[in-house]
Design a binder for this molecule. Structure first.
Ligand code: OSB
Ligand code: MG
Length: 371
């Protein structure tokens, strides 16, 4: 495959409501999109999973842009005609870290490659379902009443699983109230690394609420701590931030640090590594589910394809477009009976709506694909 040029487009989309986690509050989705154009005029699109600040992980948008332009792209350009999606990861392997920058590049190239051949992400990855059950991630709020109303709204819309963001001071009480108000719904929590092993006894008090899982209670680099915590609480421990590769997944599973894994393609460097993590987990009988970074339709479409693989046995944070945006960058994904349909067209199967894109664009730059 030959690429002619790469376009980077910074966008800002207002969120329908502020989204608060233990590491901060987002009012907008700020990101950049990558569009590659082949010498035959085929386009490939992707969306960077990074956020403006390095709070969720060490990556951040401006850093991802710089790494992509100065350190990743030149290595791919050097491949010449041999460029293909499966060579992106090995070619970029000498650059340590930066999975989100690698993800956005690999995904755009994979999209272009698949569009050129007419194959969709779902078929390419090995998906087995045409729709996937949708959960929703509910942020930290100022008042419990607000949370109860928000969760009630999502349940009414049909979401089949609720995830509550927690942090010290916002954990037992909100979980208790949601359980008491809504009964036996599939419920889980996500701490985004806000606790330490010293909180094990406190976290054990969540046991009585029969949660599906607790996601990333401890810091990203505390694999041993998660294994120890898993021995001290009954709620299954799920890892998000700690898993950036199939090798991490193998380590976590063998140590007993992860009973469940959240796979986010951006966090792990792309869809091909995502599938490898799925395969490792599936072989060990460890369920996985698809996480998200508040993606627009551009990033959501391939996430849905991934979420349709056989080992994705828990509902993902693959919500409908209107959970995030009043106007999405693609035709909106909608909730149908608690599920979202997996796109089937070539590549990601979705197209960017040019007028919407124009409205949300902050800046655009074009980089020729030449040494
Ligand atoms: O930890 O899963 C997370 C959003 C931004 C950063 C981290 C996380 C999240 C979410 C939202 O929980 C998931 C989504 O609906 O896209
Ligand atoms: Mg998480």
């Amino acid at each position: 495959m030959r690429i002619d040029h790469l376009e980077m487009r910074w966008v800002r989309l207002p969120l329908v409501a502020p989204f608060r986690t233990s590491f901060g509050t987002s009012y907008d989705r700020d990101t950049f999109l990558v569009r590659v154009v082949t010498d035959e005029g085929v386009e490939g699109w992707s969306e960077c999973g990074a956020e403006p600040e390095p709070l969720y992980s060490s990556e951040f948008l401006a850093g991802a842009e710089l790494v992509l332009r100065d350190h990743l792209m030149p290595r791919l350009v050097a491949l010449g005609d041999r460029l293909a999606a499966h060579l992106v990861q090995p070619t970029l392997a000498p650059v340590t870290g930066h999975p989100m920058a690698k993800h956005v590049l690999e995904t755009a190239i994979l999209d272009a490659q698949l569009r050129a051949t007419g194959l969709g992400f779902a078929d390419h990855l090995g998906s087995v379902r045409d729709r996937v059950p949708a959960g929703v991630s509910v942020g930290i709020m100022d008042e419990i009443d607000e949370l109860v109303a928000a969760v009630g709204g999502y349940l009414e819309q049909g979401y089949v699983r609720i995830k509550l963001k927690i942090e010290p001071g916002w954990d037992l009480e909100p979980v208790r109230v949601i359980r008491e108000t809504y009964g036996d719904i599939p419920l889980q929590v996500d701490a985004n690394a806000a606790y330490t092993l010293l909180d094990a006894q406190h976290l054990a008090r969540l046991d009585e609420f029969d949660l599906l899982l607790i996601e990333q209670p401890l810091p990203e680099d505390d694999m041993r701590g998660h294994a120890e915590l898993a021995r001290r609480i009954r709620t299954p421990v799920c890892l998000d931030e700690s898993i950036t590769s199939a090798r991490d997944a193998a380590t976590a599973i063998v140590l007993g640090a992860a009973a469940i894994i959240n796979i986010k393609p951006s966090r792990v460097g792309g869809y091909l590594e995502s599938r490898r993590i799925h395969d490792v987990a599936h072989a060990h009988g460890i369920p996985v589910w698809c996480g998200g970074m508040l993606e627009t339709g551009i990033g959501r479409a391939p996430n849905l394809a991934l979420a349709a693989l056989p080992g994705f046995t828990l509902p993902g944070d693959t919500s409908a477009s209107d959970r995030y945006y009043r106007t999405d960058l693609t035709e909106p994904f909608v909730l149908e009976d608690g599920h979202v349909r997996v796109p089937t067209g070539p590549g990601t199967g979705v197209d960017v709506l040019p007028d919407v894109l124009e409205d949300v664009t902050i800046s655009t730059s074009t980089i020729p694909w030449r040494a």
